[in-house]
Design a protein around this ligand. Sequence first.
Ligand code: GDP
Ligand code: MG
Length: 296
Amino acid sequence: MGLWQKIRAVALTDVAVMVKGVDETAVEDIERLLIEADFGRVSFEIASELRAQMRLGRLRTEAELKHWLMDRISGLADVSSGRQDLDIGDGTGPGVILLVGVNGVGKTTQLAKLAKKLQDAGKSVMLAAADTFRAGATEQLEVWADRIGVEYVSGKPGGDPAAVVFDAIRAAEARSIDVVLVDTAGRLHTCGDLMEELAKIVRVARKVRAGAPHETLLVVDGTVGQNALRQASEFSDAIPLTGMIITKLDGTSKGGAVVAAAGELSVPVRFIGVGERLEDLLPFEPRIFAETILKD
Ligand SMILES: Nc1nc2c(ncn2[C@@H]2O[C@H](COP(=O)(O)OP(=O)(O)O)[C@@H](O)[C@H]2O)c(=O)[nH]1
Ligand SMILES: [Mg+2]
């Protein structure tokens, strides 16, 4: 059962509810359902606003309740201030886009998808394999680069990731390439070394190319629940984030946690990953997200 079906079941089956509007028990049930759907502390905010609506005698029908929740969830998800396009700098040199996040969230896959998107938009792209930590990470990126038909720069296994970024930006400058997409290592986000490594990558990128990194996107698995906020705040403490990508939203109406985290940190969600194929990356639309979360 989806979230909306559950809400409907607890809130709208009662005849009294239909007559008088959503009642206190129903509000508490909805609050619990939001918590279960990973909305975290935002659940309490939504519930208390719902309670206020209830006291005013609003939200008497199923349509009214659904509409109100939809507005509330899309408002919550909307920290983008309308920004959609990727910032790739002023064109005097390559734009630098960094993807960061813990292991297995889908960084390398989203990087490939972004490369394809940029290429389709007429941009030349270079991939930088700055995950020198995990065995096989460079090969995985090379396979994508070949498939998409873009260049890549890699380093030695165990080598300094910042050096790969340095080389990639220099190579992109020399070849007048528009965008460098940097893949980074994951490991545990609690690992201090990783955060230092990322901070160094940012410092080096900034030194080689003014304004770089133009985007630093945190990739978060949309199914991880409350871990999302912890991951997001740890990365955001270490390096400035310009956006988030929520992955693995195919076949799940989860993702509430990531959106709640985005809201809490004021870091906009920019894209969502909805599958493993190159075309499975969509711009994040708060309204569509809310509709998906609350689909019948
Ligand atoms: N279902 C689904 N799987 C994804 C998505 N994005 C990535 N994956 C899969 O998640 C796994 C880890 O992806 P990878 O890009 O290697 O993660 P990384 O460790 O962060 O670089 C792979 O099996 C991907 O195919 C997505 O949007 N949906
Ligand atoms: Mg990877």
